[in-house]
Structure formats: C-alpha cells, structure tokens
Design a protein around this ligand. Structure first.
Ligand code: ADP
Length: 531
C-alpha cells in the first residue's frame, strides 16, 4: 500500500513510505547535531554511564527476548532464518553485555576496563550482527526449511561467543586498537564500521529487491537503523558524547523492530494456520453433509428395494410350502425335490436380504433394541433346535457348558438370537465333518456381564484374517469358503448387535486350530446402552 519502486539496471527496488520517513528521521537526527554544534555535548561521566547502562541492559534484554522468540519459532516452523536470528542475537546479547561491563568507568570486567576494550566488544558485536543480517536476509528470501539439530548450533554459538569474550578481555592487546586515548577512534575501527555499514547496506538492498513479505518491513527498519547507528559511531570523538548516545538509541530501536517483526511473524503464522484450519473444517463439514445425504439416500434405496424383494420372496416361500403339503394334492418325487430346492434357496436369499436391511438400519442409526427380561440359555436352546438339522448334515456335535449359575438378563431376544445363529452357523460352515462345537456360558470376570464363547475345531483363522473378520463384506479366501454361501455380513451384524447392547465381541483363532468367538453383554441394557 505504501510501496513504490524504482528500477535500477533492470532490477526493481521497492521502497516503502514508512521506511523513507524512518530514513529521513534517522538522517535528520545525525545531521542536526552536525549542523548545530551547540547540540554536541560531552556528558558527565556518571550521567553518561547511567544512560549507557540503561540503554545497553535494555538492548541485552531485547536480544535475549529475540533469541527466545526466534528459537521457539524455529522449533515449530523449521525456517532457517529464524534459527539464524535466534543464534545471532544470542551472540550479540552476550558480547553487548561484555561491552557494557567493560565500559570506561564501570568496575573492571576480567581485566582493566578501557574505551578501547569496550569498543572492541562493540565492533565484534556489530560485525556478528551485520553478518547475521546478511545471512538472515538471504535465507528469508527463499524461506529455506531445515530440520537441523539446533541444540548443537546453540552449543557452538555459546562456546564460540564466550571464548571470544574471554579472548578479547585477556588477549585483546594483541588485536588492532579501536580507540586510543587522546587520538580517539583508530583507522582500524573506522574501517570495520564502514565494513559493517557496507554489509548492512547490501542486506537492505537484497531485502528491497526481493518479494514483499509481511515481516520484511521490520527487518528493513532494523537494518536501516543499524546502518545509521554505525554512522553515528563513526562520528563520535568522546565515548560520552551525543553521537555515541544517538548510536545506542538507534541500536535499541533497531532491536525492538526485530523483536516486533518476530511477534508479527508468529501472530501472522498463527492466523494463517487458523484460517487454513477453518477452511478445511468448512470443507470437511460440507463433505460430511454430502456423505450423510448420500448415505441416507443409499439406506432409503436399500430399505425400499429390499422391502420390494422381501414381499414376493415371502410369498414364494409360503406357496412352495403349501405345494409341498400333501393336502394340496399329490406331487411326484422329482417335483417335490425341485420344490425343496426352491424353498431352501429362497430361505437363503431371504436371510441375506434381511441382513442387508438390518445393516442399513444400523448404519442409519435407526436400529432400536426391544429389551425384555430373558434367560440366555433358553434363547440358545431355541437357536440350537432351529439349527439341529444343519449340524446333523455334517454329523457335528454341539456341547453346552454352563460355567456359572446365571441370573436373568435384559436383552433384545431377536438380536441375541441372530448373534447366536451367526456364530453357530459359521462354526458349522467352517468346521469339518464330525467336528465338535462347544458353547460356554459364564459371567464375565471383568465386566460382570454374561460372556458366551462359541468354540469350534474347524479351519481357524490367521492373525491377519482375525484383524479384519468383523469388517463389512469380509470373507476369507479358502477352499472350504468357496463351497459356502454367505456375503460377509453376518459377523459385522453380530458386532453391531452386541455393541448396541453395550457389549463387545472378539475372536481368538489359529489356522487349523479352530476358533473361539466370544461376546459379552451386560446384565441390564437400556435403549442400547449398558446400565
Ligand atoms: P459369511 O459367513 O456370510 O461369509 P461372516 O461375516 O459371518 O460372513 O463371516 C465372514 C468370514 O469369516 C467368513 O466368510 C469366513 O471366512 C470367516 N469365518 C467366520 N466364522 C468362522 C469360523 N468359525 N472359522 C473360520 N472362519 C470363519
């Protein structure tokens, strides 16, 4: 909005009005002192020391804050430039602290304090800062993401920084002097200052050329003020004068800009993530609503077609039974045989249609339980009477073991019957001739409900098959299975019925070792929920 750009050698350089305003102000601050010599003051040592301490401690605290915020941002975002900001400001904070403690007039820090010692720390801190800015600017542009072991880099930064602080204090005399009493700043210091200004200027240009980012302005402002801070430091002649003070003030404001930029990044990122999440949730809700509509349509379709199929099928079954009845009139052997076939196949078809109907009801949440007081053993006996001919076909033996005396329970008798029929019919289908099927009934140790175990010594199931056995339409590929009819819905329905009672169903099995299907239902059930 406040941007305008000029093109230099084909490169578009973007400027921001706020930045231009900042530039003019910063330049004005320095120029006024140049133009009005009466503004140039050398402050009394004590007053200046106090101001210097306040300014520097503030900048050390801000550096630490920048380090912490950028560090935690990096941990989340893995953006390299945030790690660089964090480590740069940690090093800068430590060296600036050494600079504060070494200032002329402060109690000695490690060795005798001097303007030269404090200036050396200052220059090193600003060099680190300038190199950091360049690296940050380059990595900000590409938003490089790197999952580095940041703790190692943190360790290296702390060690190298502390070693440098220690080295400057103890062996600083071997380094080129930065300040000489009587002469003021040395050429070496000025050379470093110009180098720092050059690097920061390069960082600023790179930043202005590249794409706009929400936090770019804060970084730009910080670098701009960093440059003016250094310009002020090339101009001072006393460590307690106005230029020195201006340099420190510009530096603090620059650091504040970095900190603010980081907060803005975190907040902007949070808002962005939030917006993406909101959008995803909206899409998900929409998809869910669509799915619900389609599912209701599917359920309605299934219910109505199944109903349409069931009515004529029931008629077929009833009429075949009437025809088979001797009173309707005599039939020859072959005709009777065919009628038996028709009747049996129709019964199978009816069971499958009923299964599909039940499943669509369960899935639509329309399946209700009709709870009655009942004896589970009696329910089992009814089912066994019904299945007796089936077991007889394969000469299979069914044993009932009542492990504990059971009280009456509350259940939907029809649904529990269906569970029994399914488990027992499967035990019959997937066991060999003359197999033994055992039904154990007991009180469950953990839930206090009724536990039923249906055990067979049939073909069994592998671990993989056990994991999927209760899934819709799941059937195991096996030679025995090929000769059985079924749709893979029986166990799914059994699970739903047991769960509607507030119970659970599971299986233990091994190939050729037989299977034990178990289920538990609570003694009392109210509207599908265990009480
Ligand atoms: P269906 O019997 O109609 O195929 P089910 O859901 O009742 O459907 O069973 C799914 C599959 O689980 C069966 O096809 C069969 O492969 C396997 N299965 C079920 N019960 C047993 C059992 N007692 N022993 C071995 N396999 C079984």
């Amino acid at each position: 909005m406040n941007d305008f750009s000029i093109t230099v050698y084909g490169k578009k350089i973007r400027f921001n009005l706020v930045m231009v305003y900042l530039f003019l102000n910063a330049a004005f601050g320095i120029l006024t002192v140049k133009l009005f010599p009466q503004l140039y003051v050398v402050f009394p040592t004590n007053l200046y020391l106090t101001m210097h301490n306040v300014a520097e401690i503030a900048s050390v605290v801000i550096s630490c804050a920048v380090f912490i915020v950028a560090w935690y941002n990096y941990k989340q975002s893995k953006r390299l430039y945030e790690l660089l900001i964090s480590l740069t400001f940690l090093a800068v904070g430590i060296i600036d602290f050494a600079h504060t403690l070494s200032y002329n007039g402060m109690p000695d820090f490690l060795t005798v304090n001097s303007v030269n010692k404090a200036s050396t720390y200052w220059i090193v801190a600003r060099l680190v800062q300038a190199v950091g800015f360049l690296a940050i600017v380059i990595t900000t542009q590409s938003r490089i993401k790197k999952n580095l072991n940041s703790n190692i880099y943190l360790g290296i930064t702390i060690s190298v920084t502390i070693l440098s602080v220690w080295y400057i204090a103890l062996r600083g005399k071997g380094l080129p002097p930065m300040y000489q009493v009587g002469k003021g700043q040395t050429d070496a210091k000025l050379m470093f200052e110009y180098l720092i200004i050059g690097m920061e200027f390069a960082a600023l240009v790179i930043l202005s050329i590249k794409k706009s980012q929400s936090t770019r302005y804060y970084l730009e402002a910080a670098i701009l003020l960093g440059i003016f801070s250094e310009i002020a430091f090339t101009l001072y002649s006393s460590a307690y004068d106005t230029y020195n003070l201006i340099g420190h003030i510009y530096k603090i404001v620059a650091f504040i800009c970095i900190l603010r930029g980081l907060f803005v990044t975190s907040v902007v990122n949070l808002h962005l993530a939030n917006r993406i999440l909101r959008e995803r949730r909206r899409k998900l809700n929409e998809a869910n609503r669509k799915l619900e509509r389609v599912n209701t349509l599917k359920t309605d379709f299934l219910a109505s077609t199944n109903h349409e199929l069931r009515t004529p099928l029931t008629a077929i079954i009833a009429f075949t039974e009437l025809l088979m009845d001797k009173e309707t009139g005599p039939l020859n052997e072959v005709q009777l045989d065919y009628l038996h076939e028709i009747n049996e196949s129709s019964q199978i078809l009816l069971t499958e249609i009923n299964n599909i109907l039940d499943l669509s009801k369960v899935e639509a949440g329309r399946m209700k339980l009709h709870i009655e007081k009942a004896e589970i053993c009696e329910v089992l006996q009814v089912v066994l009477r019904q299945l007796r001919p089936v077991f007889k076909q394969k000469k299979q033996k069914v044993e009932i073991v009542l492990l504990k005396e059971l009280p009456s329970a509350f259940m939907d008798i029809d649904k529990i019957k269906k569970v029994f029929i399914n488990l027992l019919y499967n035990a019959h289908k997937f066991s060999h001739e003359e197999g033994i099927i055992t039904v154990e009934i007991t009180l469950s140790e953990d839930s206090g409900g009724i536990q039923v175990n249906v055990r067979d010594n049939g073909i069994g199931l592998s671990m993989d098959q056990v994991a999927n056995i209760f899934d819709k339409f799941y059937q195991v590929e096996s030679t025995l299975n090929k000769h059985q009819h079924g749709t893979g819905l029986g166990l799914t329905l059994a699970r739903h019925f047991v769960e509607l009672h507030g119970g659970r169903i599971w299986v233990k099995s091994a190939i050729e070792q037989g299977s034990t299907f178990s289920f538990v239902i609570p003694l009392a059930v109210k509207e599908g929920v265990a009480v």
